[in-house]
Design a protein around this ligand. Structure first.
Ligand code: CA
Length: 231
């Protein structure tokens, strides 16, 4: 079996928490259990789980607050959250999503449904993580998680801007990006960078990439594209 996934169950109704852990463990998950919002944050930060099942109504710190704080902390911002909600108002569910829950399940729920949701969220997270973390093209490997670029396994030092530009171009998978798009994607909407400045960043990036820079094509009058060489 693949490596066990760990689930942090945050639920103050101890019967329900126990039942959840029992079924999750039967399905091959590792579980941890906490009963209030503060402990949830401590546990999630101390030893980040693969997924959090988070009740909304909790002592000390509400589920909403836990989700909001998890999203703000680098150590926990990518952990998927499934929220358990006893309230039925649709507006509440939307708030849950806005706070950063990946999915919600309304109480009372069937264990089968919850398990299916957990699987779906973990699957989605795995494919997101794959595209999030490492991009490869020809001789270049870009690791977003570690902020590292190698050419033929040799580290090259890029500035933060060069790194983002390369990352955006590689993620576009051959699509042409205009200078404006590149500025917006790489540096964020509203960045004060001229098209000419972007050309300077690209030129410097190319210099550092050496031969591998052939992957970055200038599309005259438009912008740039990252395209692998056919060998
Ligand atoms: Ca509760």
């Amino acid at each position: 079996m693949a490596q066990q996934k760990s689930v942090l169950v945050v639920e103050d109704e101890s019967d329900l928490a126990e039942l959840l852990c029992y079924h999750l463990e039967n399905e091959g998950y590792q579980t941890r259990r906490v009963e209030d919002g503060e402990r949830a944050l401590t546990e999630a930060t101390r030893q980040p789980p693969d997924l959090v099942i988070l009740d909304r109504m909790l002592p000390k710190l509400s589920g909403d607050d836990v989700a909001r704080r998890m999203r703000r902390d680098d150590r926990t911002s990518n952990i998927p959250i499934i929220m358990l909600t006893a309230k039925s108002e649709e507006a509440d569910e939307l708030v849950g999503f806005a706070l950063g829950a990946d999915d919600y399940v309304r109480k009372p729920f069937s264990i089968k449904l919850l398990l299916a949701r957990i699987e779906a969220v973990l699957r989605r997270d795995a494919s997101a993580a794959a595209t999030r973390e490492v991009l490869t093209g020809d001789h270049i490997q870009l690791d977003r998680g570690r902020h590292e670029v190698t050419v033929d396994d040799r580290d090259i030092g890029l500035t933060a801007t060069e790194f983002r530009v390369l990352s955006a171009l590689m993620a576009a998978k051959g699509r042409v990006m205009s200078r404006e798009q590149l500025i917006e994607t790489a540096l964020g909407r509203g960045a004060v960078v001229t098209n000419r400045a972007m050309d300077v960043h690209v030129a410097s990036l190319r210099r550092k990439l050496g031969d591998a820079a052939e992957c970055i094509h200038t599309i005259r009058g438009v912008g740039y594209a990252f395209r692998e060489r056919r060998e």
